[in-house]
Design a protein around this ligand. Structure first.
Ligand SMILES: [Zn+2]
Length: 281
């Protein structure tokens, strides 16, 4: 676990479409105090950076959003040395102008999930006997400002004008929204709806990691369109149509992220003033 081949500085939580063609990828199984991550981590080199890819839903896409072990995923990435995470994901657009193929880099988040463990600081002892303290982290700005800037520039560099900012509402799923729910989300002024952005973002913050969401709109959500409603086929088709250019933007962003030791964003100050009670990996 300590050889160079098994370390990484940047993590990407996304499907195999992002790493399957990279040369020289090492598959690493990581154990965590919270159980197993969604899959092995696939570590390789990209633009001179060590990157760990983790298929969020498992390589055979067998994990629905509410069954993903988000704590194990983030912990596993950090244990390899990752300090900056990019989270590409598929979302529904809540405004007519955010149609399929829109890339939105959100700056805010609303949690409407119901059953997910969303903290490492729950008072439960770790297997080594240490007990996390009660910790209340600042989460006013849920995404890394540096990562957002880098992602926006990477998209523009590929002539894909992104939406700069917006609110992602994260629902429990796995079903899509009703029309009434979707109209309500839109009426709140929220921009896109997803199923995995939370607790991924907050768990990254709890580990002092930089986290940037790169949200690809695959459909107009139920309340924003007049047809039959969202289908999974629509989501897969639009994601497939856009995965190549999303990969280009993602890779350019990886290349442009600061070195971990040069980070000086709010994420690096997440633990200021707190005794965590546990050792982070
Ligand atoms: Zn940051």
């Amino acid at each position: 676990m300590t050889s160079a081949a098994s370390t990484a500085e940047i993590g990407v939580i996304g499907g195999s479409g992002f790493y399957s063609f990279l040369d020289d990828v090492t598959e690493i199984t990581v154990k965590t105090p919270y159980g197993a991550p969604s899959d092995s981590l696939f570590v390789g080199e990209l633009a001179g950076r060590r990157v760990a890819f983790l298929p969020r839903h498992g390589r055979s896409h067998h994990l629905p959003p509410h069954r993903i072990n988000y704590r194990a995923n983030l912990w596993a990435l950090r244990s390899l040395g990752v300090r900056q995470v990019l989270g590409p994901c598929a979302v529904g657009g809540l405004r007519e102008e955010y149609g399929p193929g829109t890339l939105l880099i959100p700056d805010q988040l609303v949690d409407r999930t119901k059953t997910r463990t969303q903290t490492f600081f729950d008072g439960e002892p770790l297997p080594d006997g240490t007990v996390p303290e009660v910790v209340h982290l600042t989460f006013a700005d849920p995404y890394c400002p540096v990562g957002r800037t880098v992602a926006l520039a990477a998209a523009r560099g590929r002539a894909w004008e992104p939406v700069d900012g917006g609110t992602m509402v994260v629902i429990e799923g796995p079903r899509f929204s009703t029309r009434a729910e979707s109209r309500w989300h839109a009426a709140q002024g929220w921009s896109v709806v997803g199923m995995t952005g939370h607790p991924e973002a907050v768990l990254a913050r709890e580990l002092g990691l930089c986290y940037t969401s790169m949200s690809l709109v695959t459909d107009l959500d139920a309340g924003a369109e007049t047809g039959e409603g969202v289908t999974h086929e629509d989501v897969l088709r639009v994601f497939g149509e856009n995965v190549a250019r999303l990969r280009e933007v993602l890779f350019d962003a990886v290349a442009a992220l600061p070195r971990n030791e040069k980070r000086d964003c709010l994420c690096t100050h997440a633990h200021d003033g707190w005794d965590l009670g546990i050792e982070l990996p």
